[in-house]
Design a binder for this molecule. Structure first.
Ligand code: ADP
Ligand code: TYD
Length: 210
């Protein structure tokens, strides 16, 4: 069993279909196998209230939803998840693995919807009480590959925003990665599931356990 005294809040990010949910689950299994008590959460959602907000955000046909409303609902869902689940678990010493968190709002509402980044950063701070992930994994793929991987899915409201939108989201993720090089680990999502998992695990061992 590994021991580590640091806080353990790991987030996964990337465009739709990049493979981050697959990697988040594999990491959770690996951590639990190693004796590190861990939970997995997803955004938007993860609590009763946040799941209700998710319904509004992702339901097709809600076309009149304004971009600022979208940003406020994403961060409202985050505030509830942070207070109800993430902080209590971190305080107990558990690991928290999150499938999306604050960077999604910067990438989608900032890069994709072109809302002002400074406002979004403030909104994120308010929603999280200034909680930041200790490490963020961006699983990076080209939008064409994301679309291929989601081909059989029924696209939700945001996934229907198109290729240019996904391109802008990806561009913003890569900009954020440059801005926070210590926190963010970018990994090539075109590799095999096993290779990506191995790279992420090696990085976690390097940061937390060596
Ligand atoms: P996301 O959570 O980023 O939307 P998922 O993890 O749900 O993506 O993966 C989307 C689809 O792509 C799933 O069918 C999954 O099995 C597949 N997939 C995930 N990672 C890879 C990979 N590295 N190579 C090929 N297919 C992958
Ligand atoms: P979801 O079905 O969870 O997709 P994925 O498996 O790709 O994470 O849908 C979440 C959608 O919400 C996804 O398109 C990204 C978007 N989103 C934002 O636009 N802003 C945010 O802050 C968050 C958390 C998600």
């Amino acid at each position: 069993m590994f021991t580590s005294t640091k806080e353990h809040f790991i987030t996964f990010e990337g465009i739709d279909g990049c493979g981050k949910s697959t990697q988040a689950k594999l990491l959770l299994e690996k951590l639990n196998e190693e004796g590190c008590k861990s939970i997995l959460v997803r955004e938007p959602g993860g609590t009763r209230i946040s799941e209700a907000v998710r319904e509004i955000l992702l339901t097709k046909g809600m076309d009149e939803l304004q971009n600022r409303t979208e940003a406020l609902l994403m961060t409202a869902s985050r505030a509830q998840l942070t207070d109800e689940v993430i902080l209590p678990n971190l305080h107990k010493g558990n690991w928290v693995v999150a499938d999306r968190y604050t960077d999604s709002t910067l990438a989608y509402q900032g890069g994709g919807r072109e809302l002002n980044l400074d406002w979004l950063i403030k909104l994120n701070s308010f929603a999280t009480n200034d909680l930041n992930p200790d490490m963020t994994v961006i699983v990076d793929i080209v939008p064409e590959e994301g679309q291929r991987r989601r081909a059989s899915d029924n696209p939700d409201r945001i996934e229907k925003s198109g290729m240019d939108f996904q391109q802008n989201v990806r561009k913003m993720y890569l900009e954020i990665a440059k801005r926070f090089p210590d926190r963010i680990f970018v990994t090539d999502g075109h590799e095999t599931i096993e290779n990506i998992h191995r790279k992420i695990w090696n990085e976690i061992k390097r940061r937390y356990f060596l």
